[in-house]
Design a protein around this ligand. Structure first.
Ligand code: ATP
Length: 321
């Protein structure tokens, strides 16, 4: 093996650059060539690549949000014909293995390349924390911290104006960001797709809280349940609340990655290269109990699902006012 290609795909997440840096530096350290592929699978099919020439080129990116390789949504990659074109391009460029940093959809792209016989490794880069085979994805910790900071600020105004705030956080179909940021910010209710909820019961609790001296409220709703506006409209049917709906949206995806995301990205990026050096492709890497581990990417995607820790929702219930 001589050349490794690296691409980022799907939604950007904080720490993707730290992963790119780790993969490229580890490859160069082992005497391999690293090629950056711009614009995800789209750039791959078009041959939009560049050689990462020196270790110095990767200086100063570990703490940058977004992705220097940029990303793209490229639904055409779900078609076999496009995947085969990508493999032709990889062969033409002399790239022997590919490391894909991205979320669930990007992993499916890497899995398809693996099924066509091209050595690919998936590194989990998404704020959603919705990938099987890892405790945490790269970007999740930063997104949780951004959301928590925003919720703290919203709580200040909720308390000052005796208001109820319904705040929608990201996570696609997963409630992880809602759970972690909601607990950290002292939410009165956390509404996630993985657990049934009862809006009437939440409204009753807010009314009871008011009688007991807590005249404000914070409800964190995962985007996979419904929008903040929809939830607020439902809630208002059960009480005379001075409520507001806020959607945090893309602010959660930007900014400087936390040290934790940078370290996980460094561990997983390096681990992906070590696996390729051992001749092991077709893997999904992840972090379990602080240590990198790898699983067959086909088995991971076809037979496993990410498990949100729903016990965190029960914990929050016990800590409510
Ligand atoms: P995030 O959830 O953080 O946005 P993601 O990787 O899940 O990240 P998607 O938009 O779902 O984001 O997927 C990214 C890209 O991966 C798609 O634009 C497409 O190029 C490719 N992809 C998605 N699904 C498949 C699939 N089933 N087969 C092959 N390629 C796929």
């Amino acid at each position: 093996m001589k050349r490794i290609g690296i691409l980022t795909s799907g939604g950007d997440s904080q720490g993707m650059n730290a992963a790119v840096r780790a993969i490229a530096r580890s490859a160069m350290h082992a005497g391999l060539e690293a090629y950056g592929i711009n614009l995800g699978y789209k750039g791959l099919v078009e041959g939009n690549v560049f050689k990462m020439d020196s270790l110095a080129d990767l200086d100063g990116i570990i703490n940058r949000g977004g992705t220097i390789l940029r990303s793209a949504r490229f639904p055409e990659f779900a078609e076999e014909e496009t995947q085969l074109k990508a493999i032709e391009m990889l062969k033409k460029l002399g790239i022997d293995a590919l490391v894909v940093i991205g979320g669930d959809g990007s992993y499916h792209g890497a899995m398809k390349l693996t099924k066509h016989g091209f050595n690919s490794i998936g590194v989990p880069g998404t704020i959603d924390n919705d990938i099987p085979g890892t405790d945490f994805t790269i970007g999740f910790d930063t997104a949780v911290n951004v959301a928590t900071d925003a919720l703290d600020r919203i709580n200040d105004t909720a308390r000052s104006h005796q208001r109820i705030f319904v705040v929608e956080v990201m996570g696609r179909g997963a409630g992880d960001i809602a759970l972690w940021s909601g607990i950290a910010a002292d939410a009165d209710a956390i509404v996630i797709p993985e657990r049934e909820y009862d809006i009437k019961a939440i409204a009753n609790k807010l009314t009871e809280n008011r009688k007991n001296g807590k005249d404000n409220g914070l409800i964190v709703v995962a985007e996979g349940v419904m929008s903040a506006e929809e939830f607020k409209a439902e809630l208002d049917k059960y009480g005379d609340f001075d409520s507001r709906a806020v959607t945090l949206a893309h602010v959660q995806r930007g900014g400087v990655p936390t040290a934790k995301d940078r370290v996980i990205a460094s561990q997983l990026g390096d681990y992906a290269v070590q696996l390729l050096l051992e001749g092991k492709g077709g893997m999904a890497v992840g972090i379990r109990d602080g240590k990198p581990e790898a699983h067959d990417i086909i088995d991971t995607l076809e037979n496993h699902k990410h498990k949100t820790d729903v016990s965190l929702a029960d914990l929050n219930d016990r800590l409510r006012f």
